[in-house]
Ligand binder design. Sequence first.
Ligand SMILES: Cc1ncc(C[n+]2csc(CCOP(=O)(O)OP(=O)(O)O)c2C)c(N)n1
Length: 629
Amino acid sequence: MKTQAASNRLLDCIHVPADLRRLREDELQPLADELRDYLIETVARGGGHFAAGLGALELTVALHYVFDTPRDALVWDVGHQTYPHKALTGRRERMHTLRKRDGLSGFLRREESPYDAFGAGHSSTSVSAALGMAVAGRRSDRPVRSVAIIGDGALTAGLPYEALQQAGAMPDLDLLVIVNDNGMSISENVGSLSQALNRATAQDRAGDPVDVQDWFEALGFEYTGPCDGHDIGVLVSTLRELNQRRCPRVLHVRTQKGHGYARAEAEPIKYHGVTSFDPQVGVVPSANRSLPTYTDVFGQWLCDAANVDARLLAVTPAMREGSGLVQFARQFPDRYFDVGIAEQHCVTFAAGLACRGARPVVAIYSTFLQRAYDQLVHDVALQDLPVVFAIDRAGLVGPDGATHNGALDLSFLRCVPGIVVMAPSDGNELRNMLETGLLHDGPTAVRYPRCAIPAPLSECPPQPIPLGSAELRRFGSGRVAILAFGTLLGNALEIASELDATVVNMRFVKPLDESMVLEMARRHDLLVTLEENSLAGGAGSAVHECLMRRNVQVPLLQLGLPDRFIEHGTRDEALREAGLDCDGIRQAVAARLPQVARTGARVHAMPTTISSSRRAGGATRAVVAQKAD
Ligand SMILES: Cc1ncc(C[n+]2csc(CCOP(=O)(O)OP(=O)(O)O)c2C)c(N)n1
């Protein structure tokens, strides 16, 4: 690796891929070398997805060399491997802004560049999208080529098969699917197709990639490969040859994740996504974080609970590291299931486990659960099966941006009959809610954000929480009651003293503690709901529906995520943009309060029994219900 000071003789001449296409073929590898050094420097400085882009680098150069981009559509899957593509398509000057507020997206955006043929961030969409483009292109008088580039990890999802089998029945369709096979998902890839791809590579050395070839051919695709994805000469000639044909075809390319940076080659999991590091030293463990993340707390709870409850099994759709399951997988290998990037299957598989007495915990990101909605409704909830959904990355995620925000789960879960939906406000409560879920004879969901817990964990073992019970955290003598759902409770408490507001930790979005809501309505001039979820259909809507149903007229200010996608930046920036930081909440309440009539009828003294129930850590529901009328 050379230093940044060394000149980028070739790279500096490439402003758009047309410049690249003017190079001689023997200049392509030197260009790739410059690009690799440039990316190592840039990503090490700013953080982001690291190893996948290095693995796809020669392939990227070859594709832009052979295809007439952006006229021909390169449809990359996921988009985390497209940093080389971004750097070659007019965005090199802005690479230092990747994943930062107002900067380049870490994934693919059609509005960012005409070279991003299809927006992505979630995996396994490329074959369907490229197929759609190929079919639409056939109907126009200027046909263009469509190329899907999909990783072996992304190929573990069901969606690509649906596309392959549709495309395979169109023998004269000009569609190229490139399988970028590096043997890795974020962790080691799983499943029988992955094994077959591996065998093909192993056999190729002996000369016969028989099973995958048969497999793709059975689906109606011509198969070529495996070919060395780091040999640009081979890639260019193979792609040119394939362009002579007009049929659905697969090119199987073997690559190495992290290629060209030895530490990433050796530890591709660690280098999948990185925060900034010194490329001469490599990634070093971050300085001691003072508090664990919600993810850490979940992972530890899972191990502890599994030690006590032999029914507990853990399921992940290819997110062992991100979901905090590394320790569990090590400690309980027979009770750990990585099903691949297959969220739909993951949920129905868990439903099957639950049918036979197991207590499956599905560890899944909020944004990826969107993929498995019907499975959650039809396979789990409708059959009232005891599956615990541990929903990580709920709310705003920060640098991964709009594709990864968990902005919708409260809305789409709340309308499902029978499911219990919980939102913890700290680490102890997360454990208590998971415990509640594990002991409940029906589906439960606990949603928690991507951040550190706000206070150290207590020594007490986790305790289940009575279903639908809120917790009064502060009784103020002011006019406002804040009903907080989840982690924004901290912000509510912070501003409460200035307003002398009452603050309730609602804990359950479903069942809602209606007695508490009604009691708060009776005692205050303004109710404020606070949630890190879309306002449309979220927890505030639940409160609103409750008040309407009971014919209670009280001003209600619903604070949560607006009806638009929130872009990348830090999590704090995103919260500020949504008006959910302390200042934003303060301003929204201050703007609303003068419009709200003072109601003499409101009762301001709070019964002491409610506060004492908080001290006991128990439910307030029964106590408040008695006092409400
Ligand atoms: C639907 C969905 N689930 C999970 C993820 C998280 N994710 C991002 S990249 C990745 C691994 C992809 O593996 P592969 O396609 O082989 O690409 P590689 O990183 O190996 O180049 C995963 C699981 C995602 N982006 N989308």
